[in-house]
Write a protein that binds this ligand. Sequence first.
Ligand SMILES: Nc1ncnc2c1ncn2[C@@H]1O[C@H](COP(=O)(O)OP(=O)(O)OP(=O)(O)O)[C@@H](O)[C@H]1O
Length: 278
Amino acid sequence: MSGNDVLKVNELCIRVDGQPVVSDLCFHVAAGERVCLLGPSGSGKSLTAGAILGLSPHSVHVDGSVCINGVEVADIRATRRPVQSRSGMVFQDTHSALNPLVSVGTQLREPFMRFHGLSRRAADEAVVTLLRGMQMAHVEEILKRSSAELSGGQRQRICMALALACKPALIVADEPTTALDVLTQNEVLKLLRECTGTADTPALLFISHDIGAACRLCERAVIIDEGRLVESNTLTHIIANPQHRFTRQLVRALHDSAPGRPPFAPDFDAREGLLCTA
Ligand SMILES: Nc1ncnc2c1ncn2[C@@H]1O[C@H](COP(=O)(O)OP(=O)(O)OP(=O)(O)O)[C@@H](O)[C@H]1O
């Protein structure tokens, strides 16, 4: 860990109805980093995301430390957290993240007015600039629509714009591409890569069980199984030397998906994304 960590999770323990589900989990995400939290279904990834975001349901008990931008937030619910410790969030279920009764433009205007202190007109201009910067087509038309009138990929882009509009130091993306077709998955991963993980953009915690997607986005992975950390390293290292049973399965699946092709392109640069250069 270093002094420029945006997220530090230390000895995180999560119990559901008294039963331990996550135990002694420790990891960090530095400013300018994109880190993947990988694990099989039911391993505790979403519960960990909920604890980091301050969104755990009441049946879930969280112990240990979650420090975001230097603020200890494990005991503070999302809406009560100090502004500098709030995280952006992008989920798989874009329908429930957006209000279908309010136009997309109105929903995107709100964080610019609230967090940037902009007038309504300046906020509207900032929304258009943000979406154009995200290479979104037909921006004016889309802003007038309800989220129910958008495709899944468009809705996910709007969710990412909402997360970015709050200018968070950290974005937590929990399986953001799972509900999308392969082409749209690629676009959303590309967009996440462009909008996070630099000195001027938020750090990213990407939660997934898809090591292929992780390789396109992240430099480092934290791997959990049954709520415990089993492996943590750069993806380059993990793919070359998978240690844990689950990691070996993941790496085998990655090789099987591109038989005969090394998972790393010869000119692989982790910051540019593993498979995108192949
Ligand atoms: N609110 C809840 N009440 C009871 N049990 C829960 C609750 N939330 C999660 N669990 C249980 O805790 C365990 C971890 O769940 P979690 O959703 O964190 O897994 P996950 O790794 O995100 O899985 P997936 O990849 O399938 O989304 C699972 O056994 C799940 O059934």
